[in-house]
Ligand binder design. Structure first.
Ligand code: ADP
Ligand code: ASP
Ligand code: MG
Length: 411
């Protein structure tokens, strides 16, 4: 018999009927004799509702109290699912992150898991009980409740699977697997039977929220077999493959990711001396603002240059403040910013063995009159920053250019 860790997302537990549906699914696995650990999200919309309440009281809510607040959503669903399982004659017990002892660091609202105590869960499993755990939360050394960042229940699921050495971690959601791109944006997006772990890591980090990036990192580090499937439809879903051989016959591009979370800042007319990049970016880093794409132009005849970079949209006003100050110190001409940008990325291990991928990408965008503002590449991805208005057009153009709408041969 197997041990499965199953994680159900917000839509999957969004109403009493849906929680009853999840109970039926879990009960069916248990009836086959499998050991079951179930991780749940809050009901869909609940975490946003709680965040909104906090924002009505404090402009920047206290991080410790924010975690006490937002972790309550998951406590509701785990209790309800355990009741639904008991109603069906299956023994079950629900636990908050602190009760299981999911120990994290103390970085409130974005804590990292450090260790998990499996003893209590093992005892329950040995007694034939279904273990139901609140996703997204843990506890720090001092007993404070912490949360793992938006989408963090995925990470709870994978971390429990790693700690319990589960047969598979199954992420049940409202789509039936990982697609070539968000199926809500491109109708013809295709479900992938498999995606390599490296590609999934890039897709998640570049904006595909189907899996939280830390969950993918955890799965890679601890070699957890990970699958994304639908709560509502039968099917094999998508396996996140850790098998290097899978790279052999990969298409050039496996998927397209995008996000609207970034904003762009430019400092114009900075004297182009050695060390200028550091003088601009060090004060930004000192404010804990992460910088993503960076472009420095070649010097103009007067020995000045323009320097552009992107940050998270939430950090734009702070970053602009810092940059205005730096501009004054360096004698730069002006600072300009734009938060109506988007990043579109093509991802694929197949790029390693194919030339011209970048030029195909750029010409497809050019044909649709989409101007590229910035470009960044790595071994298996190319990202461009464009005007946000053209995001969906760009994703569709690239999806068609790289023939991603064609059904894949079964692997
Ligand atoms: P859950 O609440 O179950 O965790 P999420 O909303 O976090 O669900 O993630 C599932 C959503 O991710 C889908 O509804 C889909 O719109 C979106 N998504 C983005 N990119 C992709 C992709 N490449 N494949 C599948 N879904 C994607
Ligand atoms: N409920 C949390 C969120 O909405 C965690 C999760 O669903 O994964 O971000
Ligand atoms: Mg999610």
């Amino acid at each position: 018999m197997s041990l499965f860790v199953q994680k159900y997302g917000g839509t999957s537990v969004g109403s009493i009927e849906r929680i009853e549906g999840v109970a039926d699914k879990v009960a069916a696995f248990r009836a086959q004799g499998h050991d079951m650990v179930v991780v749940l999200s809050a009901m869909s919309g609940e975490t946003n509702r709680l965040i909104d309440l906090a924002n009505q009281i404090q402009e920047k809510p206290d991080p410790r109290e924010m975690d006490v607040l937002v972790s309550t959503g998951e406590q509701v669903t785990i209790a309800l699912l355990s009741m639904a399982l008991k109603k069906r004659g299956y023994d079950a017990c629900s636990y908050t992150g602190g009760q299981v002892k999911i120990l994290t660091d103390n970085a409130h609202t974005k804590a990292r898991i450090q260790s998990i105590d499996v003893e209590r869960m093992r005892r329950d499993l040995d007694a034939g009980r279904v273990v139901v755990v609140a996703g997204f939360q843990g506890v720090d050394d001092d007993g404070n409740i912490t949360t793992l960042g938006r989408g963090g229940s995925d990470t709870t699921g994978v971390a429990l699977a790693a700690a319990l050495d589960a047969t598979e971690c199954q992420i049940y959601t409202d789509v039936d697997g990982v697609y070539t791109t968000d199926p809500r944006v491109v109708d013809s997006a295709q479900r992938l039977d498999r995606i390599t772990f490296e590609e999934m890591l890039e897709m998640a980090s570049l904006g595909s929220k189907v899996l939280q990036i830390r969950a993918v990192e955890f799965a890679g580090k601890y070699k957890v077999p990970l699958r994304v499937l639908s709560t509502f439809e039968a099917g094999e879903g998508t396996l996140i493959s850790l098998d290097e051989d899978d790279e052999m016959e990969q298409p050039v591009v496996s998927g397209i990711a995008f996000n609207r979370d970034e904003a762009k800042l430019t400092i114009r007319g900075v004297p182009d001396n050695p060390g200028v990049a550091c003088k601009i970016l060090a004060p930004i880093g000192a404010e804990n603002i992460e910088v993503d794409v960076i472009v420095q132009n070649i010097s103009a005849v007067d020995g000045t240059t323009d320097f552009t970079f992107t940050v998270h949209r939430n950090d734009l006003s702070k970053a602009r403040e810092v940059l205005e100050r730096v501009a004054g110190e360096l004698g730069a001409r002006e600072v300009v910013s734009d938060d109506k940008i988007a990043k579109v990325s093509i991802v694929g291990v197949g790029m390693r063995s194919h030339a011209n991928v970048a030029s195909r990408m750029f010409s497809a965008l050019g044909e649709d009159n989409i101007n590229i503002q910035m470009i960044t590449t790595s071994e298996i991805k190319i990202s461009v920053i464009i005007d946000e208005r053209y995001l969906e057009l760009a994703v569709r153009a690239l999806h068609s250019e790289f023939e991603l709408s064609e059904p894949r041969a079964a692997s």
